[in-house]
Design a protein around this ligand. Structure first.
Ligand code: DGT
Ligand code: CA
Ligand code: CA
Ligand code: ZN
Length: 585
């Protein structure tokens, strides 16, 4: 089991509490440490067991932070964090879920009004107490009031990127349990939905009680919600996990059933009924000689159920990838032999949206390029932020700085070539899309760059269709980045007419991004499908701000798969020559 996510969450809380106390600089190093620990490929406790010096091998981790990691791994606590919490006893994660409420605001609201949680915040906003504080106003208070409802519902669903590693960790733990023969994730997590209500795990075993016992004993299970002879639910770091244990012969049908979605399963069951078959979690049954098929679960002759694919085969269908099981026409497509040959992570050849320390990234261009090569990319494009609204002060580049950056990019190209590192290095920019759809970089600079990602960073509410279509039509724009501007669990982003956006993108040869950052996953599955249906090109980018972020690619790939995307639809899955032709065309 790995403590990486737990340590990262503690450091993020640590950073927020420091910020709330108006302490400067330190929060940034804790946030950076959190990201590096989360992205570190090995269980952090392996390093911690070798001592503080070993932990300092991780980038961005000095002696003070290393000591805290060792302390946490050894004791399960960080004393300084406990002191900070006692000093500022607030629900930091819940409060900062409200858009416009950052850690500093939480600190002020606690000191001035004693606000500790969402209920307190709501009461104060309703009573007009926030408006009366200096530095706040009627508009801020109104925004907070409207953000609370969204923050409350958002809290009930977790982001895919946070729970997927938890689920994988659990499956690898259960794989080592002797009594468990096969294990798999089910539910929305297996379908790679952007947010997940709870986590469903399935095991095949002849000894279900032994598996249930090991599950409830798992050291990441904080509490047991319920526990029976063949199923149990626990809570881990705020996430509910449901386990079911079934016989091996029924594993496939159970997995198919618990993968969902509900509407997909209804479609499949109807197809079965038309063939005198009955599908349920126990198997597929031939009920042609059964008088009353609804009378009981295991009725008639059992014809399938050992594997997930066998269930589809029984109704004359090829296996349908879990990401497609959303009742968006996948059963008809499967029946007609029209299922897409979905893009896979291995198809992606480069990342076209990457930041360096020139803007708000953590590393030099050279470090990011090397990390991209190490990840396996054939090409990478540096796209630091241009200055503009929504870009934190001082982190966006002026036209002049973009010109200067060109020289550094050229130097990095030479440097990696001299070392025999095989990667093409492109120079781009992430420009802002302003309220009217205009672009925040001068035309002469745009013309000299290899690629332009244009993204919205401010004014992210209401209908943004015209604005995004305008940006798509700009001749210099290659990719529209995170088109809605949504942040999962934080803000819904702009409303877009996805058909109109898709048509414009197809017409102008502008790619639409699937931003792989788990906070965004923007565009999401159904919007991506609209883009594909209109013939638009997709870019799957990580928006990396540090080397560990390149591995977030998988979330983007699976989100694209939810939109029926094939490798040929993805410009950064094309060989470099084809990409070059696209950029130059
Ligand atoms: P979530 O957890 O809200 O992100 O979404 P799911 O899809 O994981 O839903 P969940 O955890 O309630 O149930 C897992 C799967 O089990 C679901 O996708 C389909 C199946 N399932 C559960 N309850 C029902 C039900 O009452 N009717 C049908 N047809 N299927 C169900
Ligand atoms: Ca679920
Ligand atoms: Ca469930
Ligand atoms: Zn970016």
């Amino acid at each position: 089991m790995s403590h990486n996510d737990e340590v990262a969450a503690r450091f993020e809380e640590f950073a927020s509490l420091l910020e709330a106390k108006d302490i400067e600089y330190k929060p940034r190093s804790y946030r950076r440490a959190a990201e590096n620990v989360r992205g570190y490929p090995e269980p952090i406790e392996n390093l911690a067991s070798e001592g503080e010096a070993a932990v300092q091998e991780i980038e961005g981790i000095g002696d003070a932070i290393a000591a805290k990691i060792v302390e946490y791994v050894e004791t399960g606590e960080i004393e300084e964090l406990a002191e900070l919490r006692a000093d500022l006893p607030v629900d930091m994660a819940g409060l900062t879920n409200v858009e416009g409420v950052g850690p500093k605001t939480v600190g002020t609201l606690y000191r001035e009004l004693g606000i500790e949680d969402l209920d307190g915040l709501e009461a104060a906003a309703e009573a007009g107490e926030i408006e009366a504080l200096s530095g706040f106003g009627a508009k801020t208070e109104a925004n907070i009031r409207s953000g609370i409802a969204f923050a409350r519902t958002a809290q009930q669903r977790q982001r895919l990127g946070e729970v997927r590693p938890l689920g994988e960790d659990l499956v690898s733990y259960l794989d080592d349990v002797e009594a468990a023969k096969r294990c798999a994730l089910g539910g929305s997590l297996r379908r790679w939905r952007a947010t997940v209500g709870d986590l469903d795990v399935l095991c095949a075993s002849d000894d279900p009680e032994a598996v249930v016992e090991r599950f409830t004993d798992w050291d990441r299970a904080d509490s047991v919600i319920e526990s029976g002879s063949a199923k149990a639910s626990v809570r881990s770091d705020g996430t509910r996990i449901d386990l079911r244990v079934v016989a091996s012969a029924e594993f496939g049908s159970a997995l198919q059933y618990f993968t969902g979605s509900r509407d997909h399963n209804i479609g499949l069951r109807n197809r079965a009924i038309a063939r005198d078959l009955k599908i349920n979690e126990y198997g597929v049954f031939d009920v042609s000689n059964v008088e009353n098929p609804d009378n009981g679960q295991r009725v008639g002759e059992r014809v399938a159920g050992e594997t997930d694919a066998s269930v589809y085969e029984a109704v004359s269908l090829p296996p349908i990838p879990p990401e497609l099981r959303e009742d968006r026409g996948e059963i008809a497509a499967a029946a007609d032999g029209r299922l897409p040959d979905l893009v896979a992570e291995g198809n992606v050849r480069g990342d076209l949206h990457v930041h360096s320390a020139w803007s708000d990234g953590a590393n030099t261009v050279s470090e990011m390029v090397r990390a991209a090569a190490e990840f396996g990319h054939e090409y990478v494009c540096c796209t630091d932020h241009a200055s503009g609204p929504g870009i934190p002060g001082g982190t966006g580049l002026s036209d002049e700085e973009l010109r200067e950056q060109t020289e550094e990019i050229e130097a990095v190209r030479e440097e990696v070539a001299n070392e025999g590192i095989d990667i093409e290095v492109l120079h781009g920019v992430e420009a802002n899309i302003d309220a009217d759809g205009g672009i925040s970089v001068g035309d002469d600079v745009l013309a000299d760059l290899d690629l332009v990602v244009a993204s919205p960073h401010s004014g992210l509410d209401g209908d943004g269709t015209d604005r995004i279509v305008e940006a798509i039509s700009h001749p210099a724009v290659t990719i529209v980045g995170h088109p809605t501007g949504r942040q999962l669990g934080r803000r819904p982003g702009m409303d877009l007419d996805f058909d109109a956006v898709a048509e414009a993108a197809a017409e102008h040869g502008t790619a639409l991004e699937v931003n792989a950052n788990p906070q965004r996953l923007d565009l999401g599955g159904s919007a991506v499908k609209a883009a594909i249906d209109a013939g638009a090109t997709i870019a799957i980018d990580t928006d990396a701000h540090q080397p560990a972020n390149f591995s977030l690619l998988r979330y983007g790939v699976h989100t694209a798969r939810r939109g029926w995307v094939e490798a040929e639809d993805v410009c950064n899955a094309w060989p470099y020559d084809e990409l070059r032709a696209f950029l130059d065309g």
